[in-house]
Design a protein around this ligand. Structure first.
Ligand code: NDP
Ligand SMILES: O=C(O)C(=O)[C@@H](O)[C@H](O)C(=O)CO
Length: 277
């Protein structure tokens, strides 16, 4: 099968980011190289990792082995909660680069606001400096609620390019998505498949059967048609390829609305207002 062309989203600094990428949360480092290699082989060009995942080295090995020119790849990593002061954030960026074996990242995110302190403001100053120095192509945040975004806007002139948040049919996170839109921040959906929890929903299955697609492909299509960036994870080669094969069909308005109707506070991860690591 010829690899599909993945559309890009233009971030608020003009950088183009593939709308569909590959996530590696919970993939052990030793298995990450095979998973990322399968993704690159299938045609993914955007990879999402994080310092806390412990698998940046595995991602880096797959990138090095692929022979794909660096400028055809989009690599994201994230700064963990234990590194939110300015100096630690700077060191955290260098450490991620070293583990990945790269000279620069396309996107570097503050992983969680950890709002018990306002250290994320210090970390944001560091990321702002990295961007100003041309060390990273874009900087952003993850798991930021509207209040955290507004606090950042009071303290800094740099608007995050991306806010990566939990978002799937069972947790549609509408207030945060609306705040992102208001501020010009791209919304990136983590756990876009709700870690599998929405794939057995009757309405998703019915839509999938109508299109001759899988429930996962339908859920990814629902995200894409609403302009979100998605980063599904799989270690299963057939699923890795299938999750990319979502550009040859279109959901009707009524089908999008039916999936909109599945919102049910089905959070799979921690609540950002309460999670401090
Ligand atoms: N910023 C943050 O705080 C967070 C970011 N993330 C990012 O988002 C990415 C995706 O989220 P994640 O939590 O991994 O969950 P996903 O919603 O991507 O779901 C992954 C799960 O779904 C299964 N799966 C994948 N494709 C299919 C398919 N086609 N059919 C059936 N089952 C399928 C996988 O199984 P299998 O692998 O066995 O095939 C795995 O169990 C992460 O990998 C990470 O990069 C995730 C959580 C938090
Ligand atoms: O996967 C991530 O990116 C996360 O930040 C979280 O899932 C986090 O690592 C976690 O597991 C907290 O319990």
């Amino acid at each position: 099968m010829t690899a599909p062309t993945v559309p890009t989203i233009t971030l608020n600094n003009g950088i183009e980011m593939p709308q569909l990428g590959f996530g590696v949360f919970q993939v052990p480092d030793a298995e990450t190289t095979a998973a990322v290699s399968a993704a690159l082989e299938a045609g993914y060009r955007s990879i999402d990792t994080a310092a806390i995942y412990g698998n940046e080295a595995g991602v880096g090995r797959a990138i090095a082995q692929s022979g794909i020119p660096r400028d055809e790849l989009f690599v994201t990593s994230k700064l963990w909660i234990d590194s939110l002061d300015y100096d630690s954030a700077m060191r955290g960026y260098e450490a991620s680069l070293e583990r990945l074996g790269l000279e620069t990242l396309d996107l570097f995110l503050i992983h969680w606001p950890a709002p018990a302190s306002e250290s994320y403001l210090d970390a944001w100053r560091a990321l702002t400096q990295l961007a100003a120095d041309g060390r990273v192509r874009a900087v952003g945040v993850s798991n930021f609620l509207p209040a955290h975004l507004d606090r950042l806007a009071e303290a800094s002139d740099l608007v995050p390019a991306v806010n990566q948040v939990e978002l799937h049919p069972a947790l549609q996170n509408r207030e945060t998505a609306e705040a992102n839109r208001r501020l010009g921040i791209a919304t990136e959906a983590w756990s876009p498949l709700a870690q599998g929890a929405v794939l057995g929903d009757e309405s998703v299955i019915a839509i999938a059967e109508r299109h001759g697609k899988t429930p996962a492909q339908v859920v990814l299509r629902w995200h894409l048609q609403q302009g979100r960036i998605v980063i599904p994870k799989s270690v299963t080669p057939a699923r890795i390829a299938a999750n990319l094969d979502v550009f040859d069909f279109e959901l009707a308005e009524a089908e999008l609305s039916a999936i909109d109707g599945l919102d049910r506070d089905g959070r799979t991860g921690p609540h950002p207002a309460e999670f401090n690591g």
